[in-house]
Design a protein around this ligand. Structure first.
Ligand SMILES: C[S@@+](CC[C@H](N)C(=O)[O-])C[C@H]1O[C@@H](n2cnc3c(N)ncnc32)[C@H](O)[C@@H]1O
Length: 280
């Protein structure tokens, strides 16, 4: 796959995933970058690079531009980004200028893989826990591989609302309303005794630069996802261990600490399929 196809393909995907703005932005970049010197230099690394799909170059690029908007670094972009509207021509002109003015910023941003944190991924984990606990009641330890900012580790603080049923958190900080077929297994008493996460490149939501990264990976016209991150970030205080989860069992549970036997359920999970390479 070449750079142009990667952008046009991702544009189509964004359209089906409810982001008309991202779809338009990536289509315009895909259609125009070949005549833009800065873009050619920025994307050179991915020409004839078989990792172009795994690296999700279009999403890295969109995150870089979004960061310029969030930080109010480029006012031309602010004028054409949601909630404002602009014609295709005005959007591409602003993007084109931003590429030229912030080449080094965008170059640096392109180094890192997108780390999308979407708390609705916690919904099936919560539903599965309800099912397991309906069979055997016990305290639970959560451990997440590829935890990124660790938002899924707060799943007991999220309520889950679907058309037919709901799961109400005792002390909610967010509500998940994903598309859901069927009923959620009946709500059980969920007692989480420990939380742990590992990530090869953890993002600390309380750190200003990491927080900007988290927001930049949301899609600019999906305000609800951005709002959820803003809502949750101050509550996520579990420190995510920096390690490669593939290197042995990084998250270990001592079932018999100090020789004492504890009945405890362990829920290991990973938020989504991921193809990821450490930035070198
Ligand atoms: C798409 S994010 C998912 C974040 C979070 N789990 C969620 O569902 O919202 C994938 C995460 O997996 C991490 N990751 C990928 N390969 C890894 C590995 N070998 N060891 C540890 N973390 C890894 C990445 O750094 C990234 O933060």
């Amino acid at each position: 796959m070449n750079v142009e196809t990667a952008f046009l393909e991702q544009s189509r995907m964004c359209a089906t995933l409810g982001s008309p703005f991202m779809s338009r932005l990536l289509r315009l970049i895909g259609q125009n970058f070949a005549h833009h010197d800065t873009c050619i230099r920025l994307f050179k690394r991915w020409e004839k690079n078989s990792r172009i799909i795994d690296d999700v170059l279009p999403l890295r690029t969109a995150a870089a531009l979004h960061a310029l908007v969030l930080e109010k670094i480029n006012h031309g972009l602010l004028d054409v980004y949601p909630p404002n509207t602009a014609s295709d021509q005005a959007l591409w002109t602003a993007v084109s200028v931003a590429f030229k003015q912030h080449e080094q910023f965008i170059f640096d941003w392109l180094e890192s893989s997108p780390q999308t944190n979407e708390i609705c991924r916690a919904a099936p984990v919560l539903a599965s826990l309800n099912y397991c606990l309906s069979r055997v009641q016990m305290p639970v330890m959560l451990s997440e591989l590829g935890a990124s900012a660790g938002f899924n580790l707060l799943l007991d603080r999220y309520s889950l609302e679907t058309g037919q049923t709901s799961h109400q958190a005792a002390d909610p900080i967010a509500t998940m309303s994903p598309d859901w077929m069927g009923v959620i297994p009946a709500q059980q008493n969920l007692h989480i005794v420990d939380r742990a996460g590992v990530d090869i490149n953890p993002l600390n939501p309380l750190d200003r630069k990491d927080y900007l990264r988290l927001l930049s990976y949301t899609w600019a016209d999906q305000q609800d996802r951005m709002d959820r991150i803003k809502q949750i970030a101050p509550h996520q205080t579990t420190q995510i261990e920096k390690a490669d989860a593939a290197e042995g069992a990084k998250l270990t549970l001592q079932l018999w600490p100090g020789g004492e036997l504890h009945d405890i359920g362990r829920a290991d999970f990973h938020g989504r399929w991921v193809s990821w390479v450490h930035p070198t």
